[in-house]
Design a protein around this ligand. Structure first.
Ligand SMILES: *C/C=C(C)/C=C/C=C(C)/C=C/C1=C(C)CCCC1(C)C
Length: 241
């Protein structure tokens, strides 16, 4: 592996962190091209959903390019955290829009969309405060976690779950799969956060798991942004016939 990192980077090898930024940029760019180029095959009703899948991966690809650029040749890092949270503040609300568009025909309203977006902004802003060292990391991580569970609740037990049930078919299936992404895929992020902010906290043992915070976040993004988009794409393929 060391040799591979050496070949694709001429300033003396690539850390695992840099490698995941690098391959993350490529994977997200590839996924964006795939989603955009597939657009014309879908019914109008589904085009916006697939378009947003592509926007999510494209916006993230651009941010990945800049985050990798923050890594210095000596392994030092600039302000990756701020770029990361700018990315999330754009892409997570777009994921909320995906839930809304999917259930719109079943009766989802802009009030549902607003509630999801407000909760996700609370989750991300409190997370940024904790991660950027502007407040106690454990306390703000807890606030963020409460908003996260409110989102999980809304999707699984709130109005949206009822609407998905009434829609049935591939819409209900897609909604349920996206719920699992939120419950399991999104749970990767608090783990990365605990690794990155463990210093001096009750969860300081997390600093010893041997993984870097950015590596964990990058794995989470690849699963959630590309996977989420593919679920929407698959539903669109099934419903377009
Ligand atoms: C594409 C980016 C996505 C889906 C980002 C999702 C981010 C989260 C679900 C972050 C959640 C956090 C907590 C639940 C607690 C600790 C702080 C955060 C912001 C990492």
């Amino acid at each position: 592996m060391t040799n591979l990192f050496y070949i694709i980077n001429d300033h003396g090898g690539m850390s695992l962190e840099e490698f995941t930024f690098f391959i993350g940029t490529m994977a997200l760019m590839g996924a964006s091209a795939f989603f955009f180029l597939s657009l014309s095959q879908f019914d109008k009703k589904w085009r916006n959903s697939v378009l947003i899948s592509g926007l999510i991966t494209f916006i993230a690809a651009v941010h990945y390019y800049y985050m990798r650029g923050e890594l210095g040749p000596d392994g030092s890092a600039g302000d990756i955290t701020s770029i990361r949270y700018i990315d999330w503040i754009l892409t997570v609300p777009l994921m909320c829009v995906e839930f809304y568009l999917l259930l719109k025909v079943a009766g989802a309203t802009t009030k549902h969309l607003r509630d999801l977006i407000v909760l996700s902004l609370i989750m991300l802003i409190t997370g940024y405060v904790g991660e950027a060292g502007m407040g106690n990391a454990a306390l703000y991580g807890f606030f963020s976690g409460v908003a996260y569970f409110a989102i999980v609740y809304m999707i699984k037990f709130g109005d949206l779950a009822k609407l998905a049930k009434s829609a049935g078919g591939s819409v209900e299936k897609a909604h349920n799969t996206l719920f699992w992404f939120v419950l399991v895929g999104w749970a990767i992020y608090p783990l990365g956060y605990m690794i990155g902010t463990a210093d001096g906290q009750w969860y300081s043992f997390m600093a010893n798991v041997g993984l870097d915070m950015n590596v964990v976040y990058n794995i989470g993004d690849a699963i959630n942004k590309i996977g989420f988009g593919l679920v929407v794409y698959a539903a669109a393929v099934k419903e377009t016939k």
